[in-house]
Design a protein around this ligand. Structure first.
Ligand code: ATP
Ligand code: MG
Length: 396
């Protein structure tokens, strides 16, 4: 249907006064970048709506629609058709366009909106006229104004009238990059990809850091993490993934420290290295997938230890979520199936049999006296390599 267009509504950003223009242009820019593999679209905003209009028959409007639903900052997305602003044109369009859209539905209502108050009919008059026409051209459907299966919306806007049947939720949140940049500690698990997407939803550009422990962790484990980062790009668009090797650190801890402390000490190193990467790559916060009480290293005392090692804010968006809630989000963000592939993580090599659940910071620091902390940090940092993942190859 060549002249179907996509209308994107934004929510929260409408409230942002001064910033509004800025945010609007961020959304438009992001939609334009996201549109490129799907054809030539004209994308612009009017009256708190972003219009996405295909410019020729080659445009893949289904793919563009899906993409628009994954752009943070957009709260609702719908497909509509436009016509000139006369009741005759609107009626003709309804008759041509709606029967397919309403096929098999039992109930509907019509919602008319006039932002152009010079239109000669009132909203209730438009609704009544359009409703009557639908009843006469769609078999078996009836009106239910309280609880309709579909709402048909007729909007009389500045330049044209738009007709649509229903709308779907967008990704919500704030536009990517509107809140700065965060460094996600990305493991191969279920939680950290979700944590990254949740913070991207609040406007952070995501940079990722993965710790590996080759040869204790495999090449496949690293590939899994790269695949997760790529999948996250459906929502995060572009992620630079940094990888640091913890092999030497883990061996040093194994050789010199008490086993009960392995995980905590390793996490202290991870936080210190993360802080350094964050500063180098201008990230204002770290992001982890921790959830309170989920495992021994995520008790309140353990979190206090890792927090004190960080030196910059640590955002933990999963902290109050249950596992099943995180799993549901992982399915929504599209990372779940990859996350459950069975590969080892650096945190699972040399795991203590009895990890400390009530660690004291002083005791952890005393343990660290036994290793060459600065030297290990320097040599680990020197192993840093970076790969960039994009939602599609032409995204820039
Ligand atoms: P996840 O499902 O995200 O792996 P988890 O429940 O397995 O989390 P932990 O292994 O204790 O929990 O890790 C807690 C957090 O620490 C992770 O969510 C992640 O942010 C970070 N983390 C753990 N392992 C790594 C790693 N190898 N590289 C980077 N970050 C990691
Ligand atoms: Mg893990």
């Amino acid at each position: 249907m060549i002249n179907e267009v996509i209308l994107c509504k934004y929510g929260e950003i409408v409230l942002k006064g001064q910033n509004r223009r800025n945010f609007e242009s961020m959304l438009i820019k992001e939609l334009r970048r996201r549109a490129s593999p799907h054809g030539v679209f004209k994308i612009y905003s009017r009256q708190s709506t972003i219009y996405v209009e295909p410019q020729n028959d080659e445009c893949d409007i289904d793919a563009m629609y899906t993409t628009a639903r994954h752009v943070f900052g957009i709260v609702a997305v719908n497909r509509a058709r436009a016509c000139e602003k006369s009741i005759d044109a609107i009626m003709a369009l309804c008759e041509e366009y709606l029967p397919d859209k309403l096929y098999g539905k039992r109930t509907f209502k019509v919602d008319a909106k006039r932002s152009d108050k010079s239109f000669p009919m009132t909203s209730p008059e438009i609704s009544a006229a359009v409703g009557g026409r639908i009843l006469s051209c769609v078999r078996g459907i009836r009106v239910d104004v309280k609880n309709p299966e579909v709402t048909v919306t007729v909007e009389i806007r500045d330049s044209l009238a738009y007709v649509r049947a229903g709308q779907e939720a967008g990704a919500g949140g704030l536009p990517l990059r509107s809140a700065g940049r965060g460094l996600l500690l990305l493991s191969g698990g279920i939680d950290s990809p979700v944590a990254g997407c949740m913070m991207a939803k609040r406007g952070l550009e995501i940079e990722a850091l993965h710790f590996e422990s080759f040869p204790y962790t495999s090449e496949r484990a690293r590939e899994k993490v790269m695949q997760l980062a790529e999948e996250m790009c459906e929502f995060c668009s572009r992620i630079h993934v940094h990888v640091i090797s913890l092999t030497e650190i883990q061996e040093a801890l194994r050789d010199s420290c008490d086993e009960d402390y392995f995980t905590l000490l390793l996490r202290i190193f991870m936080m210190k290295l993360s802080e350094r990467v964050a500063r180098e790559y201008k990230c204002g916060a770290l992001i982890t997938g921790e959830s309170l009480g989920q495992v021994a290293s995520q008790t309140l005392d353990a979190i206090a230890v890792t927090d004190s090692a960080a030196g910059i804010p640590v955002l933990r968006p999963c902290i109050g979520l249950d596992k099943n809630e995180i799993v549901n989000l992982a399915r929504y963000f599209g990372t779940f199936e990859t996350s459950i592939l069975p590969f080892e993580d650096c945190c699972t090599v040399f795991t203590p049999r009895h990890p400390k659940t009530k660690p004291r910071i002083e005791d952890c620091l005393a343990q660290l006296e036994r290793v060459d902390f600065e030297g290990l940090m320097e040599r680990a940092y020197a192993t840093l390599t970076t790969e960039t993942k994009l939602v599609f190859p032409e995204y820039r």
